[in-house]
Design a protein around this ligand. Structure first.
Ligand code: CMP
Length: 497
């Protein structure tokens, strides 16, 4: 037998045995089956080439060159696949815990194959590479333009690998899609959503949009919102909601879960329960457990989760509503004015006339109704509430009286035309009937009896103020500076009676 043929056959058999042994050893390694296929294919083509070459040593030509190139390229590929498993996977990732990005491995593989292909072109096909480079300029421009997106993705992929905003296994939200990263390749990101659908986002689009990494910070906060019926006190509701989280293992004790009262809704008080957990992938399972426990806990405590309920009160508005309101205000004012001793001397007709033009006013605690020194153009009758009368001296302020329901004030400047003699301030929420000066004037001018009554009251208050002023300054009380006759003549003069 031709010794060359024998050598080739022995070489082919040795290659076959070696590859068979390797395939057997790699059987249990992940990706071992795929590698086995490539090794088998490469050895088969290489052996076939060696044997053919030994049987027909003189045969040459393009067919044999393509045969050889195919065998070499397949062998190079098989070696790269082997390196993939032994170097990147077993040695670096498993032993050294160094994870080389898939994109880098793919780029190395591509470059090695490109170098082998170029060498084969040069050595086997004797192609002039310089000429090829020149003539391929136009072609490369065309190819470059058409591969613009792909190249953009490769560059973006490199940026993602270097910046590492997320890693395989992280939960992310990209363009509204939530999922877990399965693989980051040179062209795209592969993620699996909660329905186990695979979503592929090109790297170039990822670098242009907002990406939310949901696993980056651990523990993360989960929220559960719900409405509770209005009658239940917030303190009880909050402790019941928190108690529902206690026995769920995945919920962390630190930071502690807590509950916020968020708002008063249309038919429920809105609460938000916040708690922390580690595994984002388990978020919805834990929320389900929390919601279920809350239902039972609320049921046990007798706390109601309300249905959307709305009370609709139907009111018939009469056409003469405004008139009725005026009438009712008039009646109230008339009854109040008639009941106070101040107006005992006035006839019903006179009271009715004042009531028609007076109004009811409301003040909150702390508001001043009358300020000392101001011009007076109305007097007041206290319908409800409490007020204090304060007189400010040169250096101090003194409370001279407290007024309540049925009392009146503001009559002094109304009757005499002098500035307000004191300030009157609401101590509580207060309702008063306000009687305007103009309306009152016409009444006074026609009824001398009313003037008598009012001037008596006025005289009494002046006396009281004078006594207080004397007491507060440590002097003996003395007669008021103004006599009743003085006051009366002042009133008559002011109203032209
Ligand atoms: P006039 O002066 O218009 O404004 C302040 C009002 O306080 C005054 O009218 C009286 O009505 C009232 N007033 C003043 N002094 C007293 C007092 N000693 N007791 C009760 N009310 C008073």
């Amino acid at each position: 037998m031709n010794p060359d043929l024998l050598t080739s056959i022995l070489t082919a058999v040795a290659l076959g045995l070696a590859s068979g042994l390797m395939i057997r050893l790699l059987r249990n390694v992940s990706e071992g089956r795929r590698l086995g296929f490539w090794v088998f294919l490469a050895v088969a083509v290489l052996s076939a080439y060696l044997v053919t070459r030994a049987i027909h040593p003189d045969v040459s030509g393009t067919g044999m060159e393509i045969f050889l190139t195919t065998a070499v390229m397949l062998s190079a590929n098989a070696l790269l696949q082997l390196m993939n498993i032994l170097l990147w996977e077993q040695f670096l990732r498993r032993r050294r815990n160094i994870s080389v990005p898939r994109l880098i491995i793919d780029l190395i593989n591509f470059l090695v194959l490109a170098v082998v292909a170029v060498s084969m072109l040069k050595t086997v096909f004797h192609v002039d590479l310089n000429a090829l480079l020149v003539t391929s300029t136009v072609a490369s421009a065309v190819v470059g333009l058409s591969l613009q997106d792909v190249l953009g993705s490769v560059v973006a992929g490199l940026a993602l690998q270097m910046e590492k905003p997320f890693a395989v296994g992280d939960w992310v939200e990209i363009d509204g899609d939530e999922g877990q990263i399965m693989q980051m390749s040179w062209r795209a990101i592969y993620m699996r959503d909660r329905s186990s659908h695979v979503i592929i986002h090109p790297n170039s689009s990822i670098t242009k949009q907002k990406v939310r990494n949901l696993s980056k910070i651990s523990p993360f906060m989960a929220r559960f919102q719900m409405g509770i019926a209005y009658p239940h006190p917030p303190g009880v509701v909050k402790s019941t909601l928190i108690s529902a989280t206690r026995e769920i293992e995945e919920i962390r004790r630190e930071p502690q879960p807590h509950v916020f009262l968020k708002s008063f809704g249309d038919f429920a008080v809105e609460y938000e329960l916040r708690f922390w957990m580690n595994d984002y992938g388990r978020k919805y399972a834990v929320l389900d457990a929390v919601a279920t426990r809350i239902w039972y806990a609320l049921r046990r405590s007798g706390i109601e989760i309300p249905y959307p309920v709305r009370d609709v009160n139907v009111r018939m508005i009469p056409e003469d509503l405004e008139k009725r309101r005026e009438d009712s205000a008039y009646e109230t004012i008339y009854a109040e004015l008639r009941s106070i001793p101040l107006f005992d001397g006035l006839s019903d007709a006179q009271i009715s006339s004042i009531s028609a033009t007076s109004c009811i006013q409301r003040f909150s605690a702390g508001e001043s109704l009358v300020i000392q020194g101001d011009t007076g153009n109305s007097m007041f009758l206290v319908k409800s509430g409490q007020l204090r009368v304060e007189v400010a001296g040169a250096s101090s302020r003194a409370v001279v009286a407290m007024l309540g329901t049925g009392d009146f004030f503001g009559e002094m400047s109304l009757l005499t035309g002098e500035p307000r003699s004191a300030s009157v301030i609401a101590e509580t929420d207060t309702e008063v009937i306000r009687i305007a000066k103009d309306d009152f004037a016409s009444l006074i001018s026609t009824d001398a009896g009313a003037v008598e009554v009012l001037s008596a009251a006025l005289e009494e208050r002046l006396k009281e103020n004078a006594e207080r002023a004397a007491l507060s300054s440590g002097q003996e009380p003395r007669a008021p500076q103004r006599s009743r006759a003085d006051i009366l003549s002042k009133i008559r003069g002011f109203f032209g009676i």
